[in-house]
Write a protein that binds this ligand. Structure first.
Ligand code: PA5
Length: 448
């Protein structure tokens, strides 16, 4: 059976193979520290053993809840922000038809998202769409007090209760939150919602393989057992027993740290598969929040190729040489579409007649990689055999484990996010939240 692979050959010449190998001891001991929970942030390592520790009955409970919502709803709104929605959206988008919302014959409800922004028009449009529709809500918030999802939940809970009546609404709302604490836990208990727990030792951005990601993914009709099986495989393939040369998470972590040391401050995650856009968004949160602290850390950026070759391609080819590229390459397409021949050949494309679109895409990928390397951009390639639940499970765990190792190599705590509080403090002061009186006075002076 094939597995996800990594190729770092196209970084050599910018950094040396020996320099990457020199991380062996540190990367393996970081991996060991993650597994044995002896590193910085060791109270947030519940994700490390999550794939192998999820039980069949836990998965069945998620599947059963998903089945009930699938039967009852045309639309399910997943309310959450950051780690509370990005993983689910990444997997659902990667596995869904690109035109999913237009499909008439549906096996599963349309999954839409709320609480990931504070857009008034977004909320108005969502509420209009949901009018007269049978919808359900999965509200996900570990803290239960995050402003964006809390506002969205207030509005949509009211709407659901008005449309369905309070009793039916209670059956159409599922809350995923802290085991005991927080506003959402209290409300869920009061209202008798079905709930799932976000364990204390699993941070938002590492939670996709818990009910946070699994429930929405199952509602969308995808096989969460296969997703978890892929993650289990990667958990085993990055375990303590595995040598550095075989541990692709350790190799990725070592390579990107060496590139960073050599002056490559920005990593661009590129894909040649439009369905992977949100995998990159998920990855940006994972790496950005985990590493960007203490005035250090690679800036994680992303592009979708070939689309962005017609915009950001110029910068990548000839802009400041502080970047490296990591390309997620999907080996096999799921469908077969060929370029047709044309008698007139006005566009000059008959040389491609009979070729699969994916063959053209693969040559674009190879040509881009060579051009970017020639232009001074080191290239890491992550090869995914095909887009399905199993390989997405492998990919998620691969990136999570690599992120933990990489953050430890950088000597930061990869599991906290103290910096995300600064904007909240100012926003609450500006909105005159009770308890923020001093901060309100100060900020009003500043903006006078
Ligand atoms: O990575 C994180 O922990 C954060 O980005 C959270 O996921 C995000 O802020 C949402 O938090 P909560 O689930 O508490 O609403």
């Amino acid at each position: 059976m094939k597995h996800i692979q990594i190729s770092i050959d196209k970084t050599f010449g910018f950094i040396s193979e020996d320099a990457v190998k020199s991380y062996e001891k540190a990367a393996l001991s970081a991996n060991k520290a993650l597994i044995e929970a002896t590193c910085k942030g060791n109270d947030f390592l519940g994700w490390v053993g999550l794939p192998t520790s999820i039980t069949k009955s836990e998965l069945q409970e998620v599947e059963e809840t998903a089945r009930l919502l699938r039967e009852e709803c045309e639309v399910v709104v997943v309310i959450g922000i950051g780690g509370s929605y990005l993983g689910a959206k990444a997997v659902i988008d990667a596995l869904s038809s690109s035109f999913d919302w237009l499909q008439k014959e549906r096996k599963a409800p349309v999954v839409v998202y709320a609480g990931q922004n504070i857009g008034e028009d977004y909320m108005y449009e969502l509420q209009s769409l949901l009018q007269n529709k049978k919808f359900g809500i999965v509200v996900i918030s570990k803290s239960g007090t995050t402003t964006e999802p809390a506002i969205a939940f207030r509005l949509l809970k009211d709407q659901l209760e008005k449309q369905q009546g309070k009793e039916s609404a209670q059956k159409l709302i599922v809350a995923i939150t802290d085991k005991q604490r927080g506003a959402l836990r209290t409300l869920a208990t009061q209202e008798g919602y079905k709930t799932f727990v976000i364990e204390d030792n699993i941070g938002g951005r590492y939670s996709v393989l818990s009910p946070v990601g699994l429930l929405p993914i199952a509602i969308a009709g995808f096989d969460i057992e296969k997703l978890v099986a892929g993650a289990v495989e990667m958990e085993k393939n990055t375990s303590e027993e595995v040598a550095f040369s075989e541990n692709i998470s350790a190799i990725y972590a070592a390579t990107r740290n060496e590139l960073y040391k050599s002056g490559k401050k920005i990593e661009i995650l590129a894909n040649f598969h439009p369905k992977l856009h949100y995998v990159s968004e998920w990855w940006k949160q994972l790496y950005g929040e985990s590493e960007g602290k203490e005035n250090k850390g690679i800036f994680p950026a992303s592009v979708d190729f070939t689309t962005d070759l017609h915009s950001m391609g110029q910068w990548i080819q000839e802009g400041e040489r502080t970047i490296f590229e990591t390309v997620i390459s999907v080996e096999k397409s799921n469908y077969n579409v060929q370029v047709p021949a044309n008698d007139e050949n006005l566009d000059g494309l008959n040389f491609l007649a009979g070729k699969r679109i994916d063959e053209v895409n693969k040559m674009a990928e190879l040509g881009t990689m060579l051009a970017h390397v020639d232009g001074g951009v080191p290239n890491i390639k992550i090869l995914v055999p095909e887009l399905n639940e199993f390989y997405l499970g492998e990919l998620i765990y691969f990136f999570e484990k690599a992120c933990g190792i990489s953050g430890l190599l950088l000597d930061v705590n990869p599991f906290n996010q103290p910096g995300v509080e600064a904007y909240k403090k100012n926003m609450f002061a500006l909105l005159e939240k009770p308890g923020y009186e001093e901060a309100t006075k100060e900020i009003q002076q500043r903006i006078k």
